[in-house]
Design a protein around this ligand. Structure first.
Ligand code: FE2
Ligand code: FE2
Length: 197
């Protein structure tokens, strides 16, 4: 499934150019790798690969923006910040990505937006494109941790199970480091757990 936009290749080119000139080399390589992984998974599982591609290319656009600028950007766009995000401002890079996508590239698609919003914490309700990005961000081939390989292999056959593995890993990692865990992650875990057969 793909978007029918005559200028789609041009748009992708424009975004790639922006990434190459605004992100560090390391981040840019990660984002392009997430894109490749997302498109691959979307095609395997018959999910809209253009939306998955756009969400992947833009998900970390604001990842390198300093906390004070993220807060300012949130304020300018009237984004309410919860008490967990207050303690971990960097979480806002996903929630703010849709504003960036619209302002910079005129992209305003709720499926793309939700995937970007939910890519770090997960969410109680996650659609197919959300899961593609959530999993691909975790398992793209440049990720060095061992779990990336097993999740990548699993995701080819079962995207739901792969997403379940990712949310478990993320919660466990936060627990082991005594970090605050956003309730969206617990809610994502519970929803995925309940949906398993
Ligand atoms: Fe991110
Ligand atoms: Fe990322």
């Amino acid at each position: 499934m793909q978007l029918h936009m005559p200028n789609y290749p041009k748009l992708i080119e424009k975004i790639e150019e922006h990434l190459k000139t605004h992100l560090t080399k390391h981040r840019c390589e990660h984002v392009l790798s997430v894109r490749d992984q997302s498109v691959k998974l979307a095609k395997i599982h018959n999910i809209n690969s253009d939306k998955a591609e756009l969400a992947a290319l833009l998900h970390d656009s604001l990842k390198e923006v300093p906390n004070n600028k993220l807060l300012q950007y949130a304020k300018e766009h009237g984004l309410l910040i919860d008490k967990y995000e207050e303690k971990n401002i960097s979480l806002l890079h996903g929630k703010l990505a849709p504003f960036f996508a619209k302002n910079q590239f005129g992209i305003d698609d709720e499926i793309v937006n939700n995937a970007m919003r939910n890519h770090t914490t997960g969410a109680p309700v996650m659609g197919p494109v959300d899961k593609v990005l959530f999993v691909s961000d975790f398992c793209e081939p440049l990720r060095l941790y061992n779990e990336a390989d097993s999740v990548r292999a699993l995701a080819q056959n079962d995207l739901e199970e792969a997403a379940f593995e990712v949310i478990k890993y993320k919660i466990q990692k936060n627990l082991s480091k005594n970090r605050i865990i956003h309730p969206d992650s617990f809610n994502a875990y519970n929803a995925m757990s309940q949906n398993r057969t």
